[in-house]
Design a protein around this ligand. Structure first.
Ligand SMILES: [Zn+2]
Length: 340
């Protein structure tokens, strides 16, 4: 189960095993809960981005076809709405120049109207403003569509834009100067272009900087390969994934366990108050940031034992022993959480 939750592109088995091993430190019940939530751990190797992992869904022909029908309706609605707004606008400029300008920006307004509608429907088609006729072959090249996929892609694009597109040969003219593009290709896979561009912003450099990134809305943890190795670059025995899993447990516990949020917030507030009086129970500066970091750091401490070799150099102050000694109430709460 743990290794099924790990995603990556051409991931060497050593990295997959490494990430799965860190995941498997959690009690089975928690691992099962996180798996049921669809939590994925994406391991990025140097030079890769999140778009290279399975987290970026492939545009299957069925998915595409379903989205084409939905997108056609959404596009019609956006076009109607913006055209109506333009003709009804009481402050519409009376002079010809201003009204010509308003008309000129109409396609951009339609695009701005349509994009959030597509986004909300989970459709990652791109929308482009095309004032000039478009060479479909050149457009396909810019979307990295392989030659052998061109005619399938072209057919779908024509269907998607329907009567809004006048085509002669490979030259297409968009009637409303708006063109929807069904999908792009990335490393040989048909993918949503919007998602790809979005996912590509999470590249190995950024993830390495943060060591690990946790996004609960996406049920996703990203980690750089350097921190999955054992010992890891820069941090030795320290396990980046454990901290990120602590965040995931916190969010999930909020849904599952009544009182979780109030308990953690209460413990955090009490420790903050104690710190003001000069009694510092926080083991790390990070844990004093906010209740979420507080719990993630506590989970990290709870699952960390010093090995006793020269690789214990990173955050040696955040261990189970330290937590038990310096913050018994928090230790007890994390213990009860692990056993729940
Ligand atoms: Zn954190």
């Amino acid at each position: 189960m743990a290794s099924r939750m790990v995603s990556g592109w051409n991931l060497p088995s050593s990295l997959k095993v490494g990430a799965a091993r860190d995941l498997a430190c959690l009690p089975l019940a928690w691992l099962q809960r996180l798996d049921a939530e669809g939590l994925t751990v994406a391991v990025l190797q140097e030079g890769q981005s999140l778009a290279d992992t399975d987290v970026l869904p492939t545009m299957t022909p069925e998915r595409c076809r379903r989205h084409v029908v939905q997108a056609q309706a959404l596009a019609r609605a956006a076009i109607d709405e913006e055209n109506r707004a333009l003709s009804l606008d009481p402050s519409a400029p009376a002079d010809d120049f201003a009204s010509a300008m308003a008309r000129r920006w109409l396609p951009d307004r339609i695009r701005e109207n349509l994009l959030p509608r597509l986004d909300q429907a989970g459709i990652g088609f791109s929308v482009e403003v095309c004032r000039e006729p478009v060479d479909l072959k050149a457009l396909a090249r810019s979307k990295q569509i392989p030659d052998e996929e061109f005619s399938t892609w072209r057919d779908l694009l024509l269907e998607l834009n329907g009567p809004l597109l006048k085509v002669s040969g490979d030259l297409a003219q968009a009637a409303q100067e708006i063109l929807m593009v069904p999908y792009a290709f990335h490393r040989g896979r048909a993918v949503s272009e919007v998602s790809r561009d979005n996912y590509a912003t999470f590249d190995s450099m950024k993830v390495r900087q943060h060591r690990g990134i946790h996004s609960w809305p996406n049920r996703l943890i990203m980690v750089h390969e350097a921190f999955v190795k054992e010992p890891a670059d820069e941090v030795g025995n320290y396990r980046v994934l454990v901290h990120e899993l602590g965040h995931a447990m916190d969010y999930l516990a909020e849904d599952l366990l009544p009182g979780h949020r109030a308990t953690v917030d209460g413990l955090f507030a009490a420790d903050l108050e104690a710190a003001r009086r000069g009694e510092v129970r926080f083991l790390t500066p990070r844990s004093a940031d906010n209740p979420r970091e507080y719990l993630a750091e506590a989970v990290e401490a709870y699952m960390t034992r010093r090995v006793g070799d020269e690789q214990d150099f990173y955050k040696p102050e955040n261990s189970r022993e330290d937590l038990q000694q310096r913050n018994p109430p928090l230790f007890e709460y994390v213990r009860s959480l692990f056993e729940s």
